[in-house]
Every structure is written in C-alpha cells, then in structure tokens.
Design a protein around this ligand. Sequence first.
Ligand SMILES: *[C@@H]1O[C@H](CO)[C@@H](O)[C@H](O)[C@H]1NC(C)=O
Ligand SMILES: *[C@@H]1O[C@H](CO)[C@@H](O)[C@H](O)[C@H]1NC(C)=O
Ligand SMILES: *[C@@H]1O[C@H](CO)[C@@H](O)[C@H](O)[C@H]1NC(C)=O
Length: 516
Amino acid sequence: MNALCYVSLLLWAISLTQCSRILGVFPSSGYSQFILCEKLMAELARRGHEVTVISAYKPKEDITNYKTILTDGLVKETEENMFLLEDITALNSIVFFYKFGLFLTEYILSHQEVQGVIHSNETFDLVIVEQFGNEAHMGFSRHFGAHLILFSSIGLTEWNSHLVGNTRLLSNEPILFTPYTNRMSFFQRLHNTIINILDTLYKHLFVFPQQQELLTKYFPNKIHLDEIIYNASLLLLNSHPSTNHPSFLTSSIVEIGGFHITSKSLPGDIQKSLDEAKDGAILFSMGSNLKMSHLPNHTLNAILNVFSKLKHRVLWKFDGSSIQSKPNNVLISKWLPQSDILAHPNTVAFVTHGGLLSTTEAVFYGVPMVGIPIFGDQKMNVARSVQKGIAVYLPFKGLSEVTLYGAISEILNNPKYKQNSKRYSDILRDRPVKPLDLATYWIEYVIKHGGASHLRNASLDLNWFQLYLLDVVGVLALLVVVLYFFIKLLCVKIYVILKNNTKNKSSKDRATKKRN
Ligand SMILES: *[C@@H]1O[C@H](CO)[C@@H](O)[C@H](O)[C@H]1NC(C)=O
Ligand SMILES: *[C@@H]1O[C@H](CO)[C@@H](O)[C@H](O)[C@H]1NC(C)=O
Ligand SMILES: *[C@@H]1O[C@H](CO)[C@@H](O)[C@H](O)[C@H]1NC(C)=O
C-alpha cells in the first residue's frame, strides 16, 4: 500500500474497506465501449484502488492510480465498412461475432505489453473483464488468483447470462441480432428458440475449444476453460428496464445502465448554435463504428436534401472529408459531445443507429429518436424503443428522402413521442442510488466478502438435463406409462372377471330354465 493509497483510504474510510489492485480487461475496439470502461475504472481509481486497464484507448488526461496498457493497434485492424453488415442474417451475425471475439481475444493475449504483465510479478485482487466473446480473458483471474467480475456493455444476452447461472426464458428473451422484443409472436418464438439452440451448439462445439487453445497458448500454467468461465462473482450489466426490458436476474447480476452519463458544459460554438436554434435542433450520429465515408452517395444526398428542407438546426457527427454544398442549417463535426447536446432543451430529435449507449442517453434526456439500425444489438434496441413509443424505425436499406423526411416529421409532429420519452426519462432517473455508486458498491462488496460465493447460483453446478428437470420429467413420464399399463391390466382383469360372472350367471339361468 503506497502513501497515496493510504491517504485515499482515510478520505474514503466510510465507504471503503481496503485499497485493492484491480485489473480491467476491456478488449473492444469501439470507442463507445471505452467510454463505459473509463467511467467505471476511473471511479475505482478515484476511490483509491490501484487500477490497471487493458484497452484500445486511454483517458485524455492522466488519472491518479490509473494505468493503461494500450492495445490501440486494434482500432486500425477493425476499421471496416460496417454498413455492409445490415443485410446479414441472425445466424451469420452469430458466427461473425464469435469469430470477431476470437480475433480480439488473441490480439489482446498476444500483445507484447499484455504478455509483459502476465509474466511479471504483479499481483491483482480483482479482475474485471468486459464480456465480448472473449472467454479466455477470464484466465487473468485464475492466473493472478484474483476474484472475477464480468461487465457487459450490451445488457443481458446469450453471451453472458449462463455464465452466472441465470435463466433466460426463450419465450421473452430474444437473442441478439434479431429485431425482436420481449413480446414475440409464435413464429418469432420458434425462430428465437431454434437460433438459441444453434448458438449454444456452435459455442460449445467450435468457440470454446478455440478459446481453450488460446488459454493454453498464452498463459504459462495450464488453465481449464470450464473452471474459469462459470466462476464470476458478479455480472454488471449496462442496462435498465427503461432502455432494455424487465428480465429475471439472479442475485449476482446488477444493472447499472446510465452510469456513464454525467453532465458537462458544451463547447462555446455548439452551445451558441443550440441556444440560437429557435425552431429546435436535431442531432444526427451513427456512433463510432459506422463511418460516414462509407455511406453510399445516393443515401448521403437524400440525407442532405432532407436536412436542407428543415427549419431546424442540424448537428451531424460526420467523419468523412467535407461535404459539398452543405446546407446552412447543418453543422458538421468529427466529434460531438452527444450526451450534452441531447441534454440541451432545444434538442428535439435524435437520428441514431440505435446503439445502447446512444439509446440510454436519449432516454435519459427524453429525446425521441429516429432509429436506423445496422448491426449487432442495434435492431433489437430500436425495436424496443419503438415498442415504448419513443422512436420510429427507419430501415437503412431503401433509405430515401421520402422515408427520412417522413420519419423525422412523425417524431416532431406526433406529441406521443415526446410524452413517452419524458416518461421513460423519469423512470431511468428515479433510482435509489446513482448507478455508478451502485457499481462501485458491488465491486467493493465482492472484494470485501472474498468473492461473494454466497451469491453463486446453484444452477451452475447442475447438468443441463438436471437444470431443465429433464431427469424428473423422464421419471414422471415413466410413472405415467407404468400407471397406464397397470390401469389397463386392471381393467382387463376386471372385465374378464365380470364377463366370467355374467357367463356363469347366464349358464346358471339357462340351467334353471331347462330344469323348469
Ligand atoms: C518484481 O521482481 C523484481 C525482481 O525480481 C523486483 O525488482 C520488482 O520490484 C518486483 N516488482 C514488484 C511489483 O513486486
Ligand atoms: C473461483 O472464485 C472464487 C472467488 O473469487 C475463488 O476463490 C476461486 O479460487 C475461483 N476458482 C477458480 C478455479 O478460479
Ligand atoms: C460518390 O461521389 C464522389 C464524389 O462526388 C465520387 O468520387 C465517387 O466515385 C462516388 N461514388 C459512387 C459509388 O458513386
């Protein structure tokens, strides 16, 4: 324990029991995932813990107690035209993301500096792993003899739920990559069930063996995947019923959606632009992974034509080179403080790809959305927002001047979107504890209670046929069969006895008749 840590200990003595050494493994190359990572890990550092973070970005300013192991080469490697993913089926998406996960896993593990940490004499009390198809990264916890906490930037999914023994009912939990909500039709449930089964098979037959190979290759001591992936003390989800939907959650799952939102003041020019937007302002951003330079020309032109017809101020996160003939009411910038723009009272609509972070920020500030989802969980997020009456879905394929203008007009002119947005904003804000405080409380709780094994769900120690009571159902079915044959036999016996009786009786009757 160094001096600084000791001072912090005194400062935070009320809430804190000890200063711990925490390793954060955040493999994602997306900047939005890093926003979540930085917020969480910086808060732990602020509370006096010594934090080391493996990530593709680092904080803009130095943070005390916060050290980055930078894997930024990843960002270049993953720059692809993500618009091309719009068309692929749920099944293809599953395979695509598991392959991507394997790529990320190996990239991080083979990284020179990461290997440096693995082979150093550093120690950690706790490892926090962002869950992204990167099971082998949970090996850090075994390697360092540290407790394990999982973090998911996309909420409860088939990627993480089973890791803490949580039950996901397929009747109301759609798989990622589908545009389904928690209310599914018969055919949606059928599709959802089949895809879930294929996902589970693919994971166990193809993904896990490869994750095991990476574990064996990059950690000095043999680690068995089975022993580490079901041993997390806690699963933190970046979700909330106001942005996702209500779910069954076991005791070791904590929802902290919205924890990354903090209000900051806007840069002068944006503040001025928004203040002056007497007719309201519209924010247009497709997030950090979708590049405007990949937009087809006809789509770009359609967007520009629609914006030029609006009397609103438009703020557009645009990463391409400049736009020819940009309308006067449009302000473009490579980077925009999205959350704080949504917070401005003049912002009336948000045209978005429907990423969970963007959705959460829009819900938090009560801004209705036009959702143009492309890949990953975006279609599902937009479907949920449509279900809540806070968004209009606009398919990217066939996006035209008419459809975009129609969607924006609907959001602006139909008051139900604003009313619903206000309602869900109130719901997201009405929490007994601030979500960031909730997150750090539970993280420190795990350290304090030595891994919190009392929260571990017993279903983790059952076979799949025990878990789904298939053994019990089997025995009950057998009983029914036995009972059926028993009753049948009994009926036959009774029938025979009765028949014999009547036969005897009638022959007796005949004999009596004869005698008479
Ligand atoms: C690790 O070991 C080296 C020598 O083997 C020592 O100089 C260094 O201080 C140690 N570092 C830590 C963090 O214990
Ligand atoms: C599982 O987690 C507990 C609590 O953190 C820890 O004590 C135990 O060593 C872990 N087991 C394995 C195999 O890593
Ligand atoms: C789009 O427009 C730019 C410049 O106007 C041109 O260089 C490019 O070839 C066009 N792309 C397509 C796919 O038409």
